[in-house]
Write a new protein. Structure first.
Length: 54
């Protein structure tokens, strides 16, 4: 199983790879820091799970 198919371990690995980028990008979003980080992670997961994304 892989992240595209909803494997939680794979999704967590991908999030960890992008963790520093997510933290850096969160500084530019006008939300509390933790909310911005959570929003970015949620959008990344959504992108991974989208059926039309390759």
């Amino acid at each position: 199983m892989n992240a595209k198919n909803g494997d939680k371990a794979s999704i967590i690995k991908i999030i960890k790879v992008f963790e520093s980028d997510i933290t850096d990008l969160a500084r530019y979003i006008r939300l509390p820091r933790e909310d911005a980080i959570q929003t970015l992670k949620t959008e990344l997961i959504t992108l991974i799970l989208r059926s039309d994304y390759r």
